[in-house]
Design a binder for this molecule. Structure first.
Ligand SMILES: C[S@@+](CC[C@H](N)C(=O)[O-])C[C@H]1O[C@@H](n2cnc3c(N)ncnc32)[C@H](O)[C@@H]1O
Length: 279
């Protein structure tokens, strides 16, 4: 695990996440179709069954908690947890609009202190949540404690940015032409391989730990022009029109060249790991 907690404590990292995610809560893309295969694989790896009690950490606007609630049915129960009140409110709205009464959402303030019933849950999930947390080992230990012996955990993360050439290309151009990267990723933690996710689970005491990398083809935009325009719109406001135009032209060329055939399909790589609480 690469952990860079810049000049700050865990508290400072959480405060920053709170601010950043509050802004995107209403428009969060948890329900986008390209997210669905990840959700489906994660719940499959957690082996969610009818009647299960499940905890979903960093549930955002409700994925995968809402899918899990449908899977566990009326005899099961799902608890979704997130740091950001706006996310939790939206998740509650989503549950109500789906008439799901077996799912509950709660705001948490520290992933290392979840205050969950011990040895109670049949399964735990965390979809694309760990990389935003200052203390992923603490979160995994808390989930382990909450799982009954034999309870299953499954987690996921994006693969590191260098696995996504179309995404990194714009930021490389910005660095070259602007001298800095305006869109600094603000994840405090990155998992550089499925091995690093696996280690996280092993170190937290899980058994039968396994992992995989899945790829999801996503079409980023209708054209290279549209993609670059959307990516650079914000950042080129502060620079001269001439430089901005040069940046755009170069970016469009590069974007067209990434896949060789000019297509804007990006194979997003997702890391997954899962295991069992030995009790
Ligand atoms: C990439 S989103 C994933 C949300 C959801 N699981 C999904 O797949 O749509 C990351 C989520 O992590 C939450 N988050 C960030 N830091 C957190 C922390 N320390 N503890 C719990 N949740 C956190 C954010 O509020 C956000 O909802």
């Amino acid at each position: 695990v690469n952990q860079t907690l810049p000049d700050g404590s865990a508290e400072a990292v959480r405060a920053q996440q709170l601010e950043e995610w509050a802004e995107v809560a209403r428009s969060w893309c948890g329900f986008d179709p390209e997210n669905r295969p990840i959700t489906d694989r994660l719940v499959q790896r957690a082996d969610i069954r009818p009647g299960d009690t499940v905890v979903d950490l960093a549930c955002g606007t409700g994925m995968p908690a809402l899918i899990e609630a449908e899977m566990v049915g009326p005899t099961g129960h799902v608890l979704g947890l997130d740091l950001v009140p706006g996310m939790v409110e939206e998740a509650r709205r989503q549950a109500a609009s789906r008439s799901l009464s077996n799912v509950e959402f709660r705001v948490i303030s520290d992933e290392g202190r979840l205050d969950l019933s011990e040895a109670f849950y049949d399964a735990a999930t965390c979809k694309h949540g760990l990389m935003w947390m200052p203390n992923p080992p603490g979160a995994m230990a808390e989930l382990c404690k909450a799982l009954r012996p034999g309870g299953r955990v499954a987690v996921s993360s994006w693969a590191p940015p260098e696995r996504h050439p179309l995404m990194s290309i714009v930021s490389e151009l910005q660095l070259r032409l602007l001298g800095y990267r305006p869109m600094q990723p603000s994840t405090p933690v990155t998992f550089d391989s499925e091995g690093s996710l696996r280690s996280l689970l092993l170190e937290a005491g899980y058994l039968n730990v396994d992992s995989e990398t899945m790829t999801i083809p996503v079409t980023l935009a209708a054209s290279a022009e549209e993609f670059v325009e959307a990516e650079l719109a914000e950042d080129t406001r502060a620079i001269s029109a001439e430089t901005a135009e040069q940046l755009r032209r170069e970016a469009i060329e590069h974007v067209r060249a990434v896949n060789g055939d000019g297509s804007l399909v990006l194979d997003l790589a997702v890391l997954l790991s899962w295991g069992v609480n030995p009790g």
